[in-house]
Design a protein around this ligand. Structure first.
Ligand SMILES: [Zn+2]
Ligand SMILES: [Zn+2]
Length: 366
């Protein structure tokens, strides 16, 4: 079968790779129909060797498809079911999973990530492939409900797995409530998702700060009440407080989380507000400087973190079924799996108009 593989820093390619098989009784094999390229995959593209990626390792942690085979212990999904696969493998049974902290699951593995995170008796390869092995399938798979199962809606479903869940995680960590003012820093797919989710959760003002006119227009279509391209913290403060009746943001979702974006976040947030950090520069060893003085004096909560798989997908599926959300517009480009390397290039070089690239992997089954 075909799969998108890491070759060396800066180079990924689609290659013939071994088809996965059931290794444990709670495994499932999923025939992938659509997979996403995530911003965090670009970190692997640029610096996979530092993370322990060997040539041939398969990438991708956002994918959906049809169950092709199940082990004898799998009860929550059957062959032929259409399913969303969580970004990370999780058991659903340990104390962390039971508290909704699946990112800290004792048996957690990341799909399409470095082998040091694999602990399920063999490969946990990425889903930018024709087939993928899904360990702990009883909790790692989510069946797609009938109401949204139309194969034509895969573009609405795919973003739920990661970027929309991550956005919900940021808003949840930000203690989001209806009527709140929300500022989203960053106009990439997670930023677009945070705008869209904040609107669905009943935010009053939803302000997106970014640096690309076309993406800011998309944010307006997805629910932003205001957008801005300010970089200077003073200008951000003036803009945000002016647009919120002098209140400032109850929640800032910072999808960048570097020193500069954090300065903007502090400028936008109101006293007692929360800054939820979702950016991943620290994966590349770049730690943001945080204004601990402002944090202390104005009682700012700094929050955020790695998304908990499964916790948000159910509520998001409900919002989708009720037509309260439709994240499909943020999938700006759908390529075939054969063109996956080009998709990485388009995202890495930020081609105009490109927000998120999805890969159509095979005929949608069922
Ligand atoms: Zn991701
Ligand atoms: Zn667990």
């Amino acid at each position: 079968m075909k799969g998108l593989t890491f070759q060396r820093n800066g180079v990924v390619s689609v290659e013939d790779v071994p088809e996965p098989t059931i290794l444990r009784p709670d495994d499932a094999i999923v025939r992938v129909s659509m997979a996403g390229i995530c911003g965090s995959d670009l970190h692997v593209l640029h610096a996979g060797e530092a993370f322990g990626f060997a040539p041939g390792a398969r990438l991708g942690h956002e994918f959906l498809g049809t169950v092709e085979a199940v082990g004898s212990d799998v009860v929550s999904a059957a062959v032929g079911d259409r399913v969303l696969v969580s970004v990370s493998v999780n058991c659903g049974e340990c104390s962390w999973c039971r508290e909704g902290l699946q990112a800290s699951c004792e048996r957690m593995s990341m799909f399409g990530w470095a082998p040091r995170l694999w602990q399920h008796g063999g490969d946990v390869q990425g889903g930018q492939s024709e087939y993928a092995r899904v360990p702990l399938a009883n909790s790692t798979l989510t069946r797609i409900p009938e109401a949204v199962a139309d194969p034509g809606r895969e573009g609405s479903l795919l973003p739920l797995i990661d970027v929309m869940s991550t956005a919900m995680h940021g808003l949840t960590a930000g203690r989001m409530q209806p009527g709140f003012h929300v500022v989203v820093i960053g106009d990439g797919a997670v930023g677009q998702s945070a705008v869209h989710c904040a609107r669905a959760l009943g935010a009053e003002a939803v302000i997106c700060l970014g640096h690309h006119a076309d993406r800011l227009e998309m944010a307006e279509r997805l629910g932003a009440s205001g957008v801005g391209e300010q970089r200077d913290p003073e200008e951000i403060r003036e803009f945000v407080f002016g647009a919120t009746g002098g209140q400032g943001a109850h929640v800032v979702v910072d999808t960048v989380s570097n020193t500069s974006s954090m300065q903007g976040a502090h400028a936008a947030v109101r006293p007692g507000g929360t800054i939820a950090c979702l950016g991943m520069d620290h994966f590349m060893g770049k730690l943001p400087e945080i204004n601990w003085y402002d944090q202390f004096v104005r009682n700012i909560t700094i929050s955020g973190g790695l998304v908990h798989s499964n916790r948000y997908v159910g509520p998001l599926l409900e919002l989708l079924a009720n037509d309260d959300i439709d994240p499909a517009p943020m999938l700006t480009n759908v390529l075939s799996l054969d063109d996956a390397a080009e998709g990485y290039r388009m995202m890495a070089e930020r081609d105009p108009g490109v927000v998120k690239v999805a890969l159509a992997v095979g005929a949608t089954g069922g």
